[in-house]
Design a protein around this ligand. Structure first.
Ligand code: UDP
Ligand code: MG
Length: 313
């Protein structure tokens, strides 16, 4: 294989794992005939992570890059920065806490060789406390239903991509959890592989229970950005029209009653009808506004070309 591999690794306070991680990666990859680079992104660590990375870098300049963030910007930002710097045809991401085993890298490359664009890891069995695995199950179940993608472990940090899949990706906040959903919406072929997982040996987990709440807000964002990116009125219009219609029906009923002599000002239905009509119309016009915004920036990101067949000029 004449291709190059880039491994992108976000690091936030993982000082104890880094040397072992790098050595194990080197060891695994030296057995494969593939050119590679390891890109560590120090996401504003306040332990010795950066110092250790720079020491490693001194002795491995041809195999390694280190990106230093000014402060902690989060895993999504770290991955995005790493992708930008990666020069490989294939890109692997993995966590830096030794929970993902470098020895599993060849499994991902095999799947890429089979022709998949994206290979997502499935931590099986997952070695984390129940306080993480339980909410995670719910998260995976809902994301799978809503997105229609059959993956068991969306948020696994261990993944492998053909580098072209990441070209148009804009990651920020906590959106790294939805990379498969975004890439699927572009039409890339995605599969998963079962990988071994280890309990965290050093340091602390950076994510608590809280992330699952923000995670679900992000699901709405992602739905908007993937399913309704080029036709936002389809979602706004649906709810707007539904409410307006309901408001119209109840209003008609109230008008008939009023004509028959009943007073309306003390009727809850009157206020209900009034508010849903107004809210419904507003949602509808929001949708039109969203269409205008979508129309201003109709760039290449709403479709993805696999290949163009044409005669050379
Ligand atoms: N991480 C990061 N920035 C952050 C939080 C986490 O770069 O703000 C990195 C962290 O160093 C690790 C990976 O993201 O390599 C996954 O974090 P962690 O192991 O704490 O998550 P968990 O495995 O507990 O879900
Ligand atoms: Mg971890």
């Amino acid at each position: 294989m004449a291709e190059k591999l880039s491994i992108v690794i976000p690091v936030y306070n993982e000082e104890k794992s880094l040397v072992e991680l790098f050595n194990r990666i080197k060891n695994v990859l030296s057995k494969l005939v593939i050119e590679y680079e390891v890109i560590f992104v120090d996401d504003g660590s306040d332990d010795n992570s950066l110092r250790i990375l720079l020491e490693l870098y001194e002795n491995n300049k041809n195999l390694m890059k280190v990106i230093e963030f000014r402060r902690n910007f989060g895993k999504a930002a770290a991955l995005q920065a790493g992708f930008k710097e990666a020069s490989g045809d294939i890109i692997i991401t993995m966590d830096s806490d030794l929970q993902d085993l470098p020895e599993e890298i060849p499994k991902f490359l095999e799947k890429i060789d089979e022709g998949y664009d994206v290979v997502s890891g499935w931590k099986y069995p997952r070695k984390d406390p129940i306080s993480k695995t339980f909410p995670s199950r719910i998260f995976n179940f809902i994301t799978s239903i809503v997105s229609g993608i059959r993956l068991h472990d969306f948020n696994c940090g261990f993944k492998c991509y053909r580098s072209y899949t990441l070209k148009n990706l804009k990651l920020y906040g906590e959106l790294h959890r939805y990379i498969p959903v975004i890439l699927n919406s572009y039409g890339y072929k995605i599969t998963e592989v079962k990988i071994k997982h280890k309990p965290r040996k050093y340091g602390k987990s950076k994510y608590g229970f809280k992330r699952f709440f923000s995670g679900f807000f992000d699901l709405f964002t992602i739905l908007m950005l993937t399913k309704f990116r080029s036709n936002p009125l389809h979602i706004f219009g649906f709810f707007g029209a539904l409410l307006t219609l309901l408001g119209g029906i109840t209003s008609a009923y109230l008008i008939v009653e009023r004509l028959m002599g009943k007073y309306l000002s003390n009727r809850p239905l009157f206020y209900f009808s009034l508010s849903i009509t107004i809210v419904g119309l507003q949602i509808f016009f929001f949708g039109l506004l969203a269409e205008m915004i979508a129309n201003i920036k109709r760039d290449e990101t709403h479709y993805s070309i696999k290949k163009i067949y044409k005669k050379d000029e």
